[in-house]
Write a protein that binds this ligand. Structure first.
Ligand SMILES: [Zn+2]
Length: 314
């Protein structure tokens, strides 16, 4: 049984504020999956808020304080311009972070074979001590730290196929050999990081794999790198759990990238990761929504992604 984590707060963050990272993104995905005939059996679970200590495992206490103490009456900008908070944002961010932890719990406890979190705000640009790129708390990093610190796992892999490099996730785990971070992203592009020479520091050396791709790359190019780099790295690392930073903004209809992926491409990338997870970690996969800004392309891609995750063997 595949799980899907939702919460009405995910449609409240930035409600009534004109922003590309809109509540309609969440609503399009939920609407699609509630009616999906391709993925008929989904266990819908309401998100629970993250505990503060889970968040503080990856973010500085002073930063967490600064977010949790916000009392927002009119929209405020949290960074240099693109990360905005409205009155529901703090609660939404707590639930978006909590959804990631809940997702890994559902898989660990055997309640679901894999779980998708439709949480907003997204997370992979958020760094230890700052919001960035529409992200406030780094949801995938928080779920990963929960697995490593609270559940006693020693090897967690994050594959980030959002079209933007996940600078936050990279920086949080750059010196850590317990987390293998693999990112495929358009380069050069926002946020500017993601060069292939960044491979980790100290004992984390060799556990950060950036795969920069030229604008215009399509499915063939992505799958070539999956076969050449992503899958061999996962097989070497042998993760005990696989997380996906699932951004769908590499879709050819997405205005925030120059890539040429289709909904089916996300299905094929999912199939490869599912196979790698079955080989290495009993099929344990959790994926968290990151970007994806064309509503129709996003909903279609999420459906293809979940169709494959829910498929035979899952
Ligand atoms: Zn993105």
């Amino acid at each position: 049984m595949i799980g899907f984590i939702y919460h009405e707060l995910f449609a409240k963050h930035l409600e009534g504020y004109a922003h590309v990272e809109s509540p309609e993104r969440y609503l399009a995905v939920v609407d699609k999956m509630k009616r999906s005939s391709r993925v008929p059996h989904i266990s819908f679970r309401e998100a629970e808020p993250a505990k503060r200590e889970w968040i503080e495992a990856v973010h500085d206490k002073s930063y967490v304080d600064s977010i949790l103490s916000l009392r927002i009456h009119r929209p405020v900008v949290l960074d240099w311009g693109d990360t905005v908070a409205t009155s529901a944002t703090v609660e939404a961010a707590l639930h978006s972070a909590g959804a990631g932890v809940q997702a890994v719990r559902l898989v660990l406890d055997g309640e679901c074979s894999s779980v998708f979190s439709a949480g907003r705000p997204p997370g992979h640009h958020a760094e230890k001590n700052r919001a960035m790129g529409f992200c406030i708390f780094n949801n995938v990093a928080i779920a990963s730290a929960y697995l490593l610190e609270e559940c006693g796992l020693s090897r967690v892999a994050v594959v980030d196929w959002d079209v933007h490099h996940g600078n936050g996730t990279e920086s949080i785990f750059l010196g850590d050999d317990r987390l293998l971070y693999i990112s495929l992203h358009q380069y050069p592009h926002y946020p500017g990081s993601g060069h292939a020479r960044i491979t980790g520091t100290g004992r984390g050396e060799g556990y950060n794999l950036n795969i920069p791709l030229e604008s215009g790359a399509g499915e063939e190019r992505y799958l070539e790198e999956f076969d050449r780099q992503v899958l061999p790295a996962l097989d070497r690392f042998k993760p005990e759990f696989l997380l996906i930073s699932a951004g769908f903004d590499g879709h050819r209809d997405d205005l925030l990238s120059g890539m040429r992926l289709t909904g089916d491409s996300f299905g094929r990338m999912t199939a490869r990761l599912k196979e790698a997870a079955e080989k290495n970690c009993g099929g344990r996969i959790v994926s968290l929504l990151e970007g994806g800004y064309n509503l129709e392309a996003l909903a279609d891609s999420v459906e293809k992604h979940l169709e494959v995750l829910a498929g035979a063997g899952g």
